[in-house]
Design a binder for this molecule. Structure first.
Ligand code: SAM
Length: 286
């Protein structure tokens, strides 16, 4: 049995024993590997970076969906950029009030291989009649679409390769353009202990674009280097300050079952540590 060595960071990283190689292919856009690991379940990596594991994907997917959707309270339309493994789509589909879900994934092979080898991620969500699956560059989509959305979720790879454009000024501006009033943009924004520049860059690009921007966090074990941050941008500052009682009502009313998300975690996740606040030039978590 060989090992999978993540190459995201020079001189530091995680190792997975590949108990069974399930699939490996160089797609039109990236190098895709899916393998089994006794401890973490099935694992997918792209271009040397761990993307998702069966064991801990619930943390990431629940936090990037239920936080914006329950904060908004009346979501009808959602845009997912990336997310080819299908876990984000699965969690969005749990909200019965949502009428339209558009998912724009650049690599159709990721979708096909994850349907086949990571079925527990999408769990049939690709068959949801509300889904419009678009195989295209998310940047091109948000720059040209006539559609608008209540929630936009950028579930991209790290800012290397095809994912780089999803951290650009143009991308955030284009997302702002197709976000409805009272809408929320959330993005995968790296682990600040290891990728502090990523939150600094995103913060500088969201300032002036959104009436309220901030970050929230969750520790996802296989996104190594500490807590993972998620960027938050909205036209309505009140959405980040909802009382926990409102969130409890909405969570109970949604009928969704979660393994990580709950209203108290939701509220607490927006409390950033001093070094992150300092890096993004915010005096406090207000
Ligand atoms: N949870 C992972 C993380 O935090 O890094 C991300 C998982 S998901 C597999 C990332 C997806 O983004 C991949 O399927 C990749 O193909 C897609 N992607 C990368 N660049 C893209 C782009 N420009 N437009 C649309 N999808 C893109």
């Amino acid at each position: 049995m060989s090992d999978y060595l993540e190459t995201l960071y020079d001189g530091y990283g995680q190792r997975f024993r590949m108990d069974k190689l399930l699939h490996e292919v160089r797609t039109e856009h990236q190098h895709l590997v899916i393998f089994e690991n006794a401890r973490m379940g099935r694992v997918m990596a792209l271009d040397g970076v761990i993307q998702t594991t069966e064991a801990d994907e619930f943390i990431y997917h629940e936090m990037l969906t239920h936080v914006p959707i329950l904060a908004h309270g009346a979501v009808k339309s959602v845009l997912i950029i990336g997310g080819g493994d299908g876990g984000m789509l699965r969690e969005v589909c749990k909200h019965r009030g949502i009428e339209r879900i558009t998912m724009v994934e650049i690599d159709g092979t990721v979708v096909d291989m994850c349907k086949e080898f990571l079925p527990n991620h999408s769990k049939g969500a690709y068959d949801d009649p509300r889904l419009n699956l678009v195989i295209d560059d998310g940047m091109r989509f948000v720059a040209t679409t006539e559609e608008t959305f209540d929630v936009i979720i950028s579930d991209s790879t790290d800012p290397i390769g095809p994912g780089e454009v999803l951290f650009s000024e143009n991308f955030y501006q284009a997302c702002r353009r197709c976000l409805n009033d009272g809408g929320v943009l959330v993005t995968q924004n790296g682990t600040p202990f290891m990728q502090l520049g990523e939150v600094q860059t995103t913060a500088s690009r969201m300032t002036g674009l959104f009436a309220d921007w901030h970050f929230y966090q969750a520790a996802v074990p296989t996104y190594i280097g500490g807590a993972m941050t998620f960027a938050w941008g909205t036209t309505d500052p009140a959405l980040r300050k909802l009382p926990v009682d409102i969130l409890r009502q909405r969570y109970a009313g949604s009928g969704i079952v979660t393994r990580y998300y709950n209203p108290e975690i939701h509220v607490g996740a927006f409390a950033l540590p001093q070094y992150v606040l300092h890096a993004v030039n915010k005096p406090s978590n207000d």
